[in-house]
Each structure stands twice: as structure tokens, then as C-alpha cells.
Design a binder for this molecule. Structure first.
Ligand code: MG
Length: 369
């Protein structure tokens, strides 16, 4: 089987509500999504998606995905998409780094490989758990009362996992953490996501003030160096996501004991092939995993769900899905959707969901043999 054609689509995915990060410095209103259609000489078609969370959040660039695919296309055409490692090496040779540009191609190859094998991607990767995966909410409220109200709204929709965004004012952060823990229900999974919002000093002030609660803080500070520097000075469990990009990052975090949770974002780390290695490093070192779409449509959510399904149930904290935050549905209701705050693995071979081509418009680029 050979890849004979690559079609690239650009779609704007508006967010239902503006989303603020970094203490209000960064505003997000629309995500720049790239969809990739791979055609093969066997008649099997695969779809991939790459949707960074804007371009001000971390080094990832929507137009950069399309430029990267233009550069990599001559190296990808003609390859067997079922041989995902060969495609991965070809992309790494054609364009070192730029992992976010590679993930949609990797995803489309896994989609084709699954369809060819008659297996879901998760089963093709070694076996997928059918346990529904809790979707983490995204609680971006500011005050104690607003935080309560938002979490309650999510609870009414069935959510048991919550990512509470903190990282603004230290005193307010402490008050919000203590209040959320006070009203925490049995079995709820709660992560306090700082999104790099604290200095080392600020992180230590909150971690010390909430030490009795043993709550998990995600990406408390900017870099792995910061996380390592304060590590001996507090006892709070830590999750790392923005600083988990390469396999070398994963190896360092595991070896140096910098985190108890990996937050793996599929687009950021370059797709399923590379993410699977991070999963294995985590599991080998007693580190739990939170799998996330970086952003995007139900396709990106489904990719995250497949990886999550390959993680033992006791080691997967939750998934994050973006589908409820955007106002455009490229798959017309198909694919795994939020049911009572959970996603269920699709049983169709391959990814299990494809976009409506009518919803994508015309391709912005076509490369063929
Ligand atoms: Mg995070």
C-alpha cells in the first residue's frame, strides 16, 4: 500500500466563549485547524487533524502545520502508511522538530492502518480498554463563588473530572483550592492547572498553604528547570504538560522524579506514535497519565481517546476534549461525543470518525505522486 495523495484543509474553529490564559494576557477566540486527508493506492482514506491552542500559548503555529506538510510531502508520498515508524522517520528526516506539524499525518496513517487491519487504532496499538473515559472540565472562573458555580454546572452534566485553572493571584488561588477541596465529592478527579502562571516563589507559597490537602498542581511554573528547582521544597504532587514535548523531556521527568502525572497533548508531542513512547516511560516509572487533545474537533478528541484506551484504567486520570468548546462541527454529530461527561471508544476500524468534506471547504494544498 502506498500514499498517493495528500490533501490539506484549513478550517477556523470558533470558541463558544473567549478563553483567557496567563492571568488575562492571552485571549483565544478561534482555533486554526488543519485537516489532512491521505489517499492510498488501496482505496483506503485516512484523516488527521492538527489544531494547536492558538499560536501565543506555546511554540505551535497553525499555518506552520501547513508549511511543514508542504516541506514533508515529497518524503511521505509513496510510503506505506501502515508502517508508521517509517513515516515518522521520513518526517523527522525531512523536518527536524516541529512535532505539531507531524501529528495530523501520523494520525491519518494510524487511521489507515486500523482500517486495513480491521481494528480500532487502540486495538491495533495493542488493545483498547472499553471503560468510558471521564472528560475533564475546564474551569476558568476567577472567584471562589464563580468556581463553585462552574463546577456545579459541570457536575449536573455528569462530569467527575475537573481541571480548575488557577495561577493568578496567590491569595485567591489558595482560597479557591481550599474551597473546591471542601466541596469535593467522593471519587472526583481534580487537577489544579496553573498553566505556568506562577514564579517559583508563588508556587511554593500556594503549595505550602495547601500542603494538608495533597492536591495535584499542573505545570506550576514555566520550565522543567523551575519545577526541578522547587521540587525538594514542597510535597505536592505535580503534573507536567506544557513542558512535556519530546521523549527526552519525558525521560528527564521520569528519571529525576519531577512529576507524578504526565499530561500528554497529542498535537504538541507529534502524534500517537511518539505519545505511545511517553506512555510507556510513564507506566514504567509509576507515573499516571492525563491524555488531551491540544484543541480542535471531534477528530482530535478521538485520537486522544484511542491513546487513553491503551493505558491501564488505574493509570489514566482523565481525557480532555475540546468538542464542547467550539461552535463548528466538522463531523455532523458523528464520532465519540460527550455522554454524561464521558467518551466511549468507537468500534469502527481506524480512527472511527471522519469529517464531512462539505464542512471543510476546498483543500488549500494537494500533493500527489
Ligand atoms: Mg494544562
Amino acid at each position: 500500500m502506498r500514499i498517493t495523495k495528500i490533501e490539506v484543509y484549513k478550517v477556523d474553529l470558533p470558541l463558544e466563549h473567549p478563553y483567557w490564559l496567563s492571568g488575562g494576557r492571552l485571549k483565544f477566540e478561534c482555533l486554526d485547524a488543519t485537516f489532512v486527508k491521505l489517499e492510498t493506492d488501496a482505496g483506503i482514506i485516512g484523516w488527521g487533524e492538527g489544531t494547536p491552542w492558538g499560536h501565543t500559548y506555546v511554540p505551535a503555529h497553525g499555518p506552520g502545520i501547513r508549511a511543514g506538510i508542504e516541506t514533508m510531502a515529497p518524503f511521505i508520498l509513496g510510503l506505506d502508511p501502515r508502517k508508521v515508524l517509517e513515516v515518522e522517520r521520513a518526517m523527522d528526516l525531512a523536518l527536524p522538530g516541529h512535532l505539531y506539524a507531524k501529528s495530523p499525518v501520523d494520525m491519518a496513517c494510524w487511521d489507515i492502518a486500523g482500517q486495513a487491519a480491521g481494528l480500532t487504532i487502540a486495538d491495533l496499538m495493542g488493545g483498547g480498554s472499553r471503560t468510558p473515559k471521564p472528560i475533564a472540565s475546564s474551569v476558568g472562573a476567577k472567584t471562589v463563588d464563580e468556581t463553585r458555580a462552574v463546577i456545579d454546572r459541570y457536575r449536573q452534566r455528569g462530569y467527575v473530572a475537573h481541571s480548575v485553572k488557577i495561577g493568578g493571584d496567590v491569595e485567591r488561588d489558595i482560597a479557591r483550592v481550599r474551597d473546591v477541596e471542601n466541596m469535593r465529592k467522593p471519587g472526583e478527579i481534580i487537577l489544579y492547572d496553573v498553566n505556568r502562571g506562577w514564579t517559583r516563589q508563588q508556587a511554593l507559597r500556594v503549595m505550602h498553604a495547601t500542603e494538608d490537602l495533597c492536591v495535584t498542581f499542573e505545570q506550576p511554573t514555566e520550565s522543567l528547570d523551575d519545577i526541578a528547582a522547587i521540587r525538594p521544597l514542597h510535597s505536592a504532587p505535580v503534573s507536567v504538560d506544557e513542558s512535556l514535548v519530546t521523549l527526552q523531556d519525558a525521560a528527564r521527568i521520569a528519571r529525576d522524579g519531577l512529576a507524578e502525572v504526565f499530561g500528554i497533548k497529542l498535537n504538541r508531542v507529534g502524534g500517537l506514535t511518539k505519545a505511545a513512547r511517553m506512555r510507556d516511560i510513564a507506566l514504567a516509572h509509576g507515573i499516571d497519565i492525563f491524555v488531551m487533545a491540544t484543541g480542535g474537533s471531534v477528530l482530535a478528541d478521538t485520537e486522544a481517546l484511542h491513546l487513553a484506551a491503551t493505558i491501564p484504567d488505574q493509570n489514566i486520570r482523565a481525557v480532555w476534549a475540546c468538542q464542547d468548546m467550539i461552535t463548528v462541527d466538522v463531523a455532523n454529530g458523528r464520532g465519540p461525543r460527550n455522554i454524561d461527561g464521558h467518551l466511549h471508544l468507537p468500534e469502527e476500524p481506524g480512527l472511527g470518525v471522519h469529517p464531512d468534506e462539505d464542512a471543510l471547504g476546498d483543500p488549500v494544498a494537494i500533493y500527489s505522486l
